[in-house]
Design a protein around this ligand. Sequence first.
Ligand code: 9MR
Length: 436
Amino acid sequence: MRSTSLAFLLSAFLCTIGCSDDDGAGETGGAGPTGGTGGAGATSGPGSTTSGSGGAGATSGSGGDAATSTSSTTSGAGGDAATSTSSTTSGTGGSAPAARRVPAASANSLREAGEKANPPILIGAAISGGGLNDNNYKRVAAAEHNYVTAENEMKWDALEPNPGQFSWGAADNIVNWARSNNMKVKGHTLVWHSQLPGWMNSMTGAAQVEQAMRRHIENVMGHFKDRVNHWDVVNEAVLTDSDTGVGNPRMRPTVFFNALGERYLDLAFQIAREQDPTAKLYYNDYSIDARNEKADFVYEMIKGMVERGVPIDGVGLQMHIGPPNNVAGGEDVAYNLRRFADLGLEVLISEMDINRCGNVVSASDQLTYYHDIVEACFVMPECVGITFWGINDGRSWLNTWSTARCNGQSSQSLLFNDQYQKKETYNRVLDALLGR
Ligand code: 9MR
């Protein structure tokens, strides 16, 4: 598919100028399905400070349509923030910095800060069906966010448990709740190796796999067509030896890759585009936040898709920071967001949490990372959304993920505590959204 030696050389070069990813001995497992034993070896990442290029002199009005839409989005779902802003470079030459997003003067919630920014930016959360049984959860989720990703309910095993038989109830419940609160929804996720039903996971043969993939994408996008127009089309197609994004980056040997080769990605996006000509179609992955081999590999993969004219609109950097995944600072994230955006794509922070894992990531480092990483996205008009992977610490996936439990130490990974009170992490995120 590409020259692995080129990727290797690039990654080696990046490491000579400050490879931020520490493959922390023993950090296995991760956001993928692999097991393994969690190690204590995670180390903190780069002590980054602020990010982004360009000075403080952002001017308004450079965001084209997005600027126009600002005034009309305060009560809505944030619109398609910044979709028109990929042309916001100043035009004084290829290296001119893009215009910067202008923050609101003040805001009483993350959501309001996102809606009042120019251009607006979506503020999201992963929402679980179980969470929606809790009034406090629902109150905080809707007050603070305008963008929803179903944490599990729109995955293949939930939606198509048997071949060609679809089960919409749990997903409809989340989508309808989101819409009744003026929140947009990102469908997550159409093609992924994990949470696949057994019948799909064991399928072989190119024609059969392609047919099953087509049926799934068409039915799922068709069912939600008028309610969901953002989709994670392919999730986590790339594997490295460590879930920190280090070591032997390669295409993940999934049922899709094994049957169809790398072209399954192109095919999935083409089918999705045929199904909905106006939807935003995203690739989504973890541990591509730091400057590491996986980020380089995914960059080359996406660049190839763009060059082939594959209908991809953007890339989500999941932003699971800390064990079992990578550690990245604001400058690393800015670097990766920028290079994907420079391909003409939207970028998103799609699943952010920062696992303290006891004290593997210190409280003060966690605050710095939250602020600087959110800032790195916020200043870029091409960065259209920031989604946090859950609402409160107690419900985080990290608490039950075997390799992320950190010997029983709490993850303390999110913005609200179990009484739904704002944590200091919330304050640092709001600061970044308000340009502070
Ligand atoms: O948060 C999700 C957790 O409840 C599930 O058990 C897990 C199963 O794979 O998936 C979690 O969400 C993942 C997301 O869908 C894709 N990126 C990594 C997320 C955390 O593992």
